[in-house]
Design a protein around this ligand. Structure first.
Ligand code: PAF
Length: 282
């Protein structure tokens, strides 16, 4: 595995790979890699000739009161895992080269970026879409891989790619979970042992929605009430949102019909955790 730190070198590698007819896959990450990231890398390895993984803790997707400086970092472990999976290039640009002083241009997906997580993190998604657009321009990958744990993120990126004719195939892969259902996340490392135990209730609440619907419950208000009651049994959890939304528009649904995305975000200790489950309500 070769490590590239310079944008110009990354451009050259990609240009050369393309000239040799290679299909390039990109897995964009912020490091602190877990099994979720590694499942994306493994799939990328199967589907492309050249696999690029980027590690870049993107400053513009954090607001000033968020955890940019504390974001977990485990570079030597990450490198070993990527090498093991046969990654060709680790791209690790410096923050000053991605966002030099005077940087003024942003990519924003209207509407979608203001829903769900966008309500409490109003500038987060424009930070994500801007950095991903930059990575796409530097590397010009054929494919790019994202996890469905960040459901809203992959939806926004698909919209951006379509709106701006970026010509990258976006592959979104299932959430990888811990033994008790907790969605894997780099931020799980912020949790104390006790909080880690508590955190499983997020996925349990999503599963409860699925069970209730499978059992014939059709009243969404009653379902949401039951989910909130379950989450309420853990007073250390501060809910940001719990919502049942249309999986394409992220608009809240009033009635159960077709596919419904149950999504949750909550603060627990020092962590803000998110999870979601797509339920077929028939
Ligand atoms: O999902 C992430 O880790 C980040 O939001 C991403 C896509 C790497 C952009 O910084």
């Amino acid at each position: 595995m070769r490590e590239i730190r310079k944008k110009s070198e990354m451009v050259l590698f990609a240009r050369n790979a393309r000239a040799h007819g290679k299909r390039i896959a990109l897995v964009p990450t912020m490091g602190a890699l877990h099994e979720g990231h590694l499942s994306l890398v493994a799939e990328a390895r199967k589907r492309a000739d050249a696999v690029v993984v980027s590690i870049f803790v993107n400053p513009i997707q954090f607001s000033p009161n968020e955890d940019l400086n504390k974001y977990p970092r485990s570079l030597s472990r990450d490198k070993a895992a990527l090498k093991e999976l046969g990654v060709d290039i680790l791209f690790r640009p410096a923050a000053e080269s991605m966002f030099p002083p005077g940087f003024k241009s942003y990519v924003e997906v209207d509407g979608l970026s203001k829903k769900l997580c966008g309500r409490s993190r109003p500038t987060h998604f424009r930070g994500v879409t801007t950095v991903v657009a930059k990575l796409f321009n530097i590397i010009r990958p054929d494919l790019a891989f994202f996890g469905l744990k960040d459901y809203q993120q992959q939806l926004l990126i698909k919209q951006m790619v379509s709106d701006l004719d970026l010509g990258v195939e976006i592959v979104a892969l299932p959430t990888v979970r811990e033994f008790d259902g907790l969605a894997m996340s780099s931020r799980n490392s912020y949790l104390t042992a006790k909080e880690r135990q508590t955190a499983q209730i997020l996925y349990r609440s999503l599963c409860l929605a699925q069970q209730l619907i499978a059992g014939g419950e059709r009243d969404l208000n009653r379902i949401m009430y039951k989910l909130r009651s379950l989450l309420g049994t853990e007073p250390s959890i501060r809910l940001d949102y719990l919502a049942a939304v249309d999986p394409e528009t992220l608009e809240e649904v009033k009635k159960l019909r077709g596919k419904v995305l149950f999504a949750v975000a909550a603060y627990l200790g020092k962590a803000r955790l998110i999870d979601n489950l797509l339920v077929d309500a028939g």
